[in-house]
Design a protein around this ligand. Structure first.
Ligand code: GLU
Length: 294
């Protein structure tokens, strides 16, 4: 049994990411699970600074007192596993541009996602041959528009139609939904804690988990951190990373206190440790509204 935290090394973790990591740690440790770190660096494989960013992310989590089991898994080193998973699925080539999908599909769903209308599902081989000369194809998995229900610890039951989603992008990079599921299954992850912007991806991922022979994990999507205007917290919102806060004299233990206070687990200035927070953590009492970082 394992939980995990799976950051992408695009930039330093901000307060919202750190808070999600703390919740993931508390939920994993509080339920007797291992806690794993996975670096989701498929998008940043060609970004020279990504390994340093990932190292800083790990250092920041460690500075807060969060510990991990085993060594971090890097997605960029597991390309053969993703290729094997794609080969085991019933897939087809898709030549559609985003724009074509937007024009053919129904209104956007959660997060602006447009279900794939199936345009390339039944192309003839001759037609594929012709289109391959125009643009490289993405690879989609055939789902038969399955309907999948998942249970989220906080959001409850969520049922979604699983469209034929992309498993391999047209630049050859494994898609996020594929890589996450391949890794969660391979790592024995049975508890998925992350920001609630990914809640709508969970029926798709649950469906793929079953397809790849895994058990659907427990999902626990955490309300996001937002700025004073109610928009998703971002680096430009000021001193939001440990490094920024360190420059103004705020120490990692003080940041831990701030995160714990936001979760109702500590007084505003009370020194705490993750171990102490574990004794106070009650998943059912987690605040369900976005955390306003002002
Ligand atoms: N890598 C994703 C992110 O940075 C998280 C994916 C997941 O937890 O499933 O938001």
């Amino acid at each position: 049994m394992a939980g995990r935290f799976a950051p992408s090394p695009t930039s330093d973790l901000h307060l919202g990411n750190l808070r999600t990591a703390l919740i993931a740690w508390l939920l994993a440790r509080g339920t007797g699970r291992a806690f794993l770190l996975r670096i989701e660096d498929l998008d940043t494989q060609r970004v020279a600074a990504a390994p340093e960013v990932a190292a800083r992310q790990l250092a920041d989590l460690t500075a807060l007192g969060l510990d991990f089991d085993g060594t971090p898994v890097w997605q960029s080193r597991r390309l053969d596993r993703y290729a094997a998973a794609v080969a085991a699925l019933d897939t087809y080539e898709c030549f559609c541009t985003r724009r074509e999908i937007a024009e053919a599909a129904s209104a956007p769903h959660a997060g602006g996602y447009r279900p794939y209308p199936g345009t390339c599902r039944d192309l003839t081989e001759a037609e594929r041959e012709r289109r391959r000369r125009v643009r490289p194809p993405a690879t989609r998995v055939r789902t038969g528009d399955a309907v999948q229900t998942v249970t989220d610890r906080w959001a409850g039951e969520l049922t979604g139609v699983v469209d034929d989603f992309v498993v391999l992008r047209n630049d050859g990079v494994p898609a996020y939904n594929l890589a996450v599921v391949v890794d969660d299954v391979a790592q024995g992850v049975d508890q998925v804690v992350r920001g609630d912007d990914l809640l709508s991806s969970s029926p798709r991922q649950a469906w793929l988990t079953r397809r790849l022979g895994g058990e659907i994990p427990e999902y626990a999507h955490v309300p996001l951190a937002v700025n004073a205007e109610g928009r998703r917290l971002a680096k430009r919102d000021g001193a939001v990373t440990l490094a920024d806060m360190g420059r103004s004299g705020v120490t990692p233990p003080q940041v831990l206190t701030r995160l714990a206070h936001s979760l109702g687990l500590a007084g505003p200035d009370e020194p705490v440790t993750p171990a102490l927070l574990l004794t106070r953590f009650d998943p059912d009492a987690l605040p369900r509204e976005p955390w306003i970082v002002a």
